[in-house]
Design a binder for this molecule. Structure first.
Ligand code: HEC
Ligand code: HEC
Length: 336
C-alpha cells in the first residue's frame, strides 16, 4: 500500500517533469522571457532532436558540403566570427553577414530585410538559396532524407509519420532553434540587482540610455525588448559607400515592401552576445565594436542617426557596456 503510493507519487512527479520538458515551461534564463512555441508547432523532445540533427547535417546541402552550422557555428554564438559574408556551396559568397541564432525565438522579423516572420516560414530559404545550400528543389532534399538510414524512425517519432515533408522539416528546424537561448549576462545580473558591471560598463549604460541615444532603436528594460531591439527597420547610414561613391546594391527593407521610404532601411539587430559576432552590420563592413561606436559617433548624417561627439573614454565605455551583453551558454555546443 505504502509502496504503491510512493510509486504513484513518483510516477506523477515524473509525469509533471515530462510535461514541463514538453511544454517548455522552464524558468527562462535571467533577462529573457518564456519562449512562445506556436500552437501549430509545440515543443516536443522528439521534434527538437530531429531539428538539431537536421541543423548539423551537411546532407541538407546540394553537394553534402555544408550544414546550417557551417555558417551558424554553435561555438561562435551560432554566427560566423570574422567572416564578412559566409560561403555557401561551391564557395559562393552570400550577400549579407551571418547573424547569431541565439534567442532568435524572440525575433519578430527574420533576415535584415524582415522578409520572413516565422522560423517555420524561414527554414527552406537557406536550403534552396543558390548561394547557401544550393538545392534545386525541396523534393531533392526530401528524397535524400527519405532513403537515409540515419533518419529512419525519427520523423515518425516526432510527427507520427515516417515520410519527411516540407512542413515537418521546417517545423523541426524551427522547434530546435527556439531552444537556443542565452541570457544571464553581466548586464542581466546587474539589472536583477546583483552588482556585476564594471565602472566603465556602467558609464556606458548611462550614455546608452542618455546622450548617445542608442535606446531609441535598441530599447532596454522592458519585456518587449529582450533582444535590445525595437524590432523595426532604420537607416543608420550603412553601407557607408552609399554616401561616398558607388550606389548600394542591397536596398534592405525596400526589397520586401518596394516602398521608396524603405530604401536602405535594415532591421535593428539583437545586441545580445554582440561582442562574440564580429564583423558587424548587414554587410559585415565594420570590423569591431569600437569601430561601430566610432561610426555612430561621427555619423555622416546619411541616416537617422546624428553625430554624438563622444570622447575616446566615452566610446570605450559604450564598448564595455556592449560587452556586458555576452550571455551564458555560449560555448556548450560543440557539434559540427
Ligand atoms: C552559407 C551560410 C548560411 C547557411 C548554410 C545558413 N545560413 Fe542562416 N543565415 C545566413 C545569413 C547570411 C543570414 C542573413 C541573411 C539576410 O539577412 O538576408 C542568415 C539568416 C538566418 C536566420 C534569420 C536570423 C535573424 O535574426 O534574422 C535564421 C533563422 C537562419 N539563418 C537559420 C538557418 C538555418 C535553419 C539554416 C539551415 C537550414 C541556415 N540558416 C543556413 C547564412 C547562412
Ligand atoms: C536609428 C536607430 C538606431 C540607433 C539610434 C542606434 N542603432 Fe545600432 N543599429 C541600428 C540598425 C538598423 C542596425 C543594423 C544596421 C545594418 O545592418 O546595416 C544597428 C546595428 C548596431 C550594431 C551591430 C550589430 C550587429 O550584430 O551587426 C551595434 C553594435 C549597434 N547597432 C549599437 C548601437 C549603439 C551603441 C548605439 C548608440 C550609440 C546605436 N546602436 C544606436 C539602429 C540604431
Amino acid at each position: 500500500m505504502v509502496l504503491h503510493s510512493v510509486r504513484s507519487l513518483l510516477a506523477s512527479l515524473l509525469g509533471l517533469l515530462a510535461l514541463i520538458a514538453a511544454t517548455g515551461e522552464e524558468t527562462p534564463p535571467l533577462g529573457l522571457v518564456s519562449v512562445e512555441h506556436p500552437a501549430s508547432n509545440p515543443l516536443t523532445e522528439a521534434k527538437r532532436l530531429l531539428g538539431e540533427k537536421l541543423f548539423f547535417d551537411k546532407m541538407l546541402s546540394r553537394d553534402g558540403s555544408i550544414s546550417c552550422a557551417t555558417c551558424h557555428k554553435p561555438e561562435e554564438a551560432f554566427a560566423e566570427q570574422g567572416a564578412v559574408r559566409s560561403k555557401g556551396v561551391d564557395g559562393k559568397l552570400g550577400r549579407r553577414n551571418t547573424p547569431s541564432l541565439f534567442n532568435v525565438a524572440f525575433a519578430k522579423n527574420l533576415f535584415f530585410d524582415g522578409r520572413s516572420t516565422s522560423l517555420e516560414e524561414q527554414a527552406w530559404e537557406p536550403i534552396l538559396a543558390e548561394d547557401e545550400m544550393g538545392n534545386v528543389s525541396e523534393e531533392k532534399v526530401l528524397e535524400r532524407l527519405r532513403v537515409s538510414e540515419a533518419y529512419r524512425g525519427l520523423f515518425k517519432r516526432a510527427f507520427g509519420n515516417d515520410e519527411p515533408s516540407k512542413e515537418t522539416v521546417a517545423k523541426s528546424l524551427a522547434c530546435f532553434q527556439r531552444t537556443l537561448l542565452s541570457g544571464s549576462s553581466a548586464y542581466d545580473r546587474w539589472n536583477a540587482g546583483k552588482p556585476a558591471l564594471s565602472e566603465a560598463a556602467h558609464e556606458g549604460y548611462q550614455l546608452f540610455i542618455g546622450r548617445a541615444q542608442c535606446w531609441q532603436c535598441h530599447p532596454l528594460n522592458s519585456e518587449a525588448s529582450v533582444l535590445m531591439t525595437d524590432h523595426s527597420f532604420h537607416m543608420t547610414g550603412v553601407p557607408i559607400s552609399e554616401v561616398t561613391d558607388e550606389p548600394a546594391t542591397d536596398l534592405g527593407r525596400f526589397e520586401v515592401t518596394e516602398e521608396p521610404i524603405d530604401r536602405l532601411l535594415f532591421k535593428t539587430p539583437s545586441l545580445r552576445n554582440v561582442a562574440l559576432t564580429p564583423p558587424y552590420m548587414h554587410d559585415g563592413s565594420i570590423a569591431t565594436l569600437k569601430e561601430v561606436v566610432e561610426f555612430y559617433n561621427v555619423a555622416e548624417g546619411a541616416g537617422e542617426v546624428l553625430p554624438l561627439g563622444l570622447s575616446e573614454v566615452e566610446v570605450d565605455a559604450l564598448v564595455a557596456f556592449l560587452e556586458s551583453f555576452t550571455g551564458e551558454r555560449v560555448s556548450d555546443f560543440s557539434k559540427d
